[in-house]
Structures are given as C-alpha cells and as structure tokens.
Design a protein around this ligand. Sequence first.
Ligand code: BDP
Length: 596
Amino acid sequence: MLSVTTTSTRDVTSLDGLWRFAIDSRAGDEPWTARLDTPLEAAVPASYNDLFTDPEIRDHVGITWYQRQVRIPRGWVGQRTVLRFGSVTHAAKVYADDRLVAEHTGGYTPFEADLTGVVEPGAEFRLTVAVDNRLTAETIPPGTVSVGQDGREKQSYLHDFYNYAGIARSVRLYSTPPRFIEDITVTTEVDGSAGLVDYRVDAGEGAVRVRAVDESGAVVAEAEGAQGSFRIEDVELWRPGAAYLYDLVVELVDGGEVVDAYTQQFGVRTVEVRGAQFLINGEPFYFTGFGKHEDTVVRGKGHDQAHLVHDFQLMQWCGANSFRTAHYPYDEEVLDFADRHGIVVIDETAAVGLNLGVQGGLTGIGPQPTFSPETFGDATRAAHEQHLRELVARDKNHPSVVMWCIANEPASNEDGAREYFEPLVKLTRELDPTRPLTYAAVMFAHAGNDQIADLFDVLAINRYYGWYVFTGDLAAAEDVLEQDLRGWAQRFGKPVMMTEYGADTQPGLHSVWDAPWSEEYQSDFLAMNHRVFDRIPEFVGEHVWNFADFATGPGIHRVDGNKKGVFTRDRKPKSAAFALRRRWTGLDGRKPGQND
Ligand code: BDP
C-alpha cells in the first residue's frame, strides 16, 4: 500500500483539526449521519479518552461519532478522489453524507474510501466516522465485552496499556489520475560494491518506467516494465546509524505521456540470520534500545510530530540503535523517520494478549486453554491474518524494518499454539520472504515447554527476574535468568535477544539497599541483566522495557500507569537512562565488550 504524498500527478489535503464529537448515547435522536448535535469537539489526530473531563466519555465502551464538513477541491475534476485514514481504533464505519463508503476493523493500520463519483469536485459533504473501541475474540488485540450489573458494557483485555481509542492518526484526502499506480514493492540485495534492486509495480493500463535517483539527485539506474531489476554500481548502503536513501521514481506512461507518477524511497541493505547471528549487510548487528509505546499526555495514542522528534533524540542520546513497535504498528511517519535516521525497527503486530495464562496470575495456568474454538480459534486467527497482510502491505518497503514480530507474549507453552501459529508464519513468509520472523516469548514459556520457537528465526525473550519474581533478590535472579537464556540458545541454536526486561521505578525514590521502585534498583536490575547477556555468545540484543512510563488500565499493581520507563511519561530521565547511555554509546551495533 502506497503512502500518501503529492507528486506531479497527485494532490493531498489534510483533514486534521477539530471534528464534532459525541458518544453514541448522546448523539441525539437524529440518524447519526445527520449533523451531530453536540457541544464537543475532538482533536484529530488524538485519542479522545483524555481530552474531556467527563468519565463517561473516558471509559465509554462502544461507538463514538466524529464528524466534519469536507469540500473536495474543485480542481480535482476528472481525478480519482480517495479518503485515507492512518488508523481508527479499533473499527470504523465511514459515511459521506448518509452513504456508507468504508468499513474497517483493526486499530493500527490504514484504510481508504474511494469517493470518486460519490462526491463531485467542488462539492461539500458531511464526513461522519463511527469509531468502535470494542475488543473481542474476533479482533487483534483481543478482549472481552461483558454487561455489568448497571446494564452498561464493560471492556476487559489482556494487555496492561490503556485501551485508547479514536482517530489517532492523520486523515487525508488525495487525488490520483483515473489510471494510477496502485502499489510498489522494492527488495534489495548486495553484490560486492553493487546493489541489486528488484521492483514490482502494480498499476492500471500503460507502460511502466522507473529510475533510481541518489541523494545528490543523480540518476543511477533506469529500467522499464512493471516488474524488473537493476544494479546500482558503487552503491551507498542503508546502514544502522548511517541511513542512505534512494528515490525510485515510477512513471505510468501512455503514448509518451506520463499518466501517473509516484516516488518511492528505498534503501539498499540486506538482513539475514545465520547460525546464531543477526546480520545487517553481512555484518553482525547487536540491538540496543527499547520496547516503546505510542503514548503521551493528553493525546494518548495520537501521533504527534514534536514527540516523534524528541523520542528519537532521547533514544539516540542513550545510544539506542533500535526499538520494537510494542505492541502494534506505529504511525507510518515513525518508520519514515527511522528510515531517514538509520534507526533499526522490529515491527510488531497488534497481537498482544493471546494468552489466558496471564489471567491465572504468576502460575501461568489459565482458567481456560488459550487456543480453542471457545477462546482464541479460527475467527481470531482470521483477524490476525488480515492484520498481518495489512502490516506487511504498509511497511514492506521500509529499510529500517529488519524483522516482523508477529505476536507479543502468546501462550506458546500451551497446546494449540503450534496449530495457531504455523499458518501465520507461513503466510508472513509468503508475504515477505526477505525479513526474519520472531515473537516475544512470555515468562511461562521456556526452552522446555515452548511449542513454536523452531518456526521462527530469532528467539525474542521477555523476562522480569528480579521484578515479578525474585523481587529484590538480584543474585537469585541472575542465576535463573542465565539458565533460562542458555536453555533457549542450546535447544534452538538461534540468535537470542531480550525484547523486555525492566523494573517499575518511582523517580526521586532512592535507596542504598536493593529496594524495588528506587532509581538505584532499576539501574542495578538492568546491570544484572547485562552481566548475563554479556556471558551468552548467542546473544544479539537488548531492548529495555520501557522507553517511557505509559498509561495503563486500572489495576492494583499500577500507580498512575506502568513506571518501567527509563524516562518518565513527560520524558525526564531516571538514573537508568544515564546508565544505559554509558553502556550503549559508541557501540555502533557491536556487542558490548567487543568494541575493538
Ligand atoms: C509484559 C508485557 C508488557 C507489560 C509488561 C509489564 O509484554 O506489555 O507492560 O509485561 O508488566 O508481560 O510491565
């Protein structure tokens, strides 16, 4: 799926701003696609939950309504007119006046409505979006809706981050010519000092020609045909920490005339897992960085350019070379930014919470099996499949994305996990044969009982020894952590990385002892983990949980959210941020202790 951009043949207008807003119980008696009778306005892009003071809105379960007037630019006569939502969490119905023009389920991937012939250029229409925040066994992430004693719907879910909802990413209207370039796929290999580029263009009738342009504006290769390949001699590789991007200028031509044009950026780089190594451009790469969230004060999960820039600054200040899009695909601009700045990304689906064992507390034995027709079965997997298709379609051309993480902490230790995951792994490899696959393993899954790790390329492990278990006992934690990680490495012989390790920390709390919640404990906890990582030859990376404190649902073990951030929610460093900076700075993708 192409991202939205202006080209010589395409125009874009933004529909971001303030939209009329109401929850369904307050939308009035009119059909809800009529003008919303409401005093409220919501910001787009933003989650709606924290915008208003009314608790009924914040905790609303069900549909909310967004509405605004839109005029199609009058110059777009004879063009296709498309409405594009970056994401609507978690499901949307879109109306142009009273007409349903799009429906989409999945809160973190884009979708479009073709308005050509529905509204004419120059005309105005009322754009209404019904936003549904409910999570069920048929959504990714999953959840359960029940009806409380007061007759109101209650939402529960199997992840700790708050279920923010709304129109959290930009909404845009764009034009294309009637015959247009639908999609572009670019894959790359390296042959000595040359880059080998394969491309495929899906387009309407016409001839396709492409040219690759380097950062100085020089044309370095040309090709013809909807599918083909070309060489770039003396190629500049896209490298972690040293991004280099080429433009692939694609033209759809008819009778010597350019019918449609689109510029797709790409980087030339390779990714490969060989033995227990993770290689980028043939060189071992060691991940340093974080699991993150899209989460900021007031905006919730709404995309914000200022926070984007600042978060990347702070990550780079720490010496982070990478991050994981925990626990859902992030805004496309985040990946564009990572592409331009050489930050490596593990791109994760929104499949978080496929684990009823978590409900059993720390025993890991759930009240029901996770994978069964009554719990997470074919309908869940179908939603997961659809989500994977949309994720790969959106993100396949980003050089920063080096691996797909297809689930966070599924019950990979339970029967049924293999039947559930095998088809998803097969599908993802078909959709993208070029990138390794992983999933982040929950603490109940270990080398002895995990049923799916052999299907994947990298062993990504989430562990909280010294926090949820062996709390305050870092010596015991060090021991069990080492045994656990060595178990995975020995059984599977694949690269191992830590995708989560962290300790909740109250900024300003200090202690001379091993006192959980203190800033010293967070640093000592990380240092203990690092000693173990450095002793394991198969170890290829460390992602601390979490980059910053974030909002969660209510719970007795959360005080104003999850406090495992190395930065506070307003991005102030805790002591651990300085400790990480000391460990990571200057590594440049090499494993600590192997600097020379
Ligand atoms: C892990 C989850 C993560 C949580 C973390 C925690 O993957 O989403 O935030 O635990 O408890 O199990 O902090």
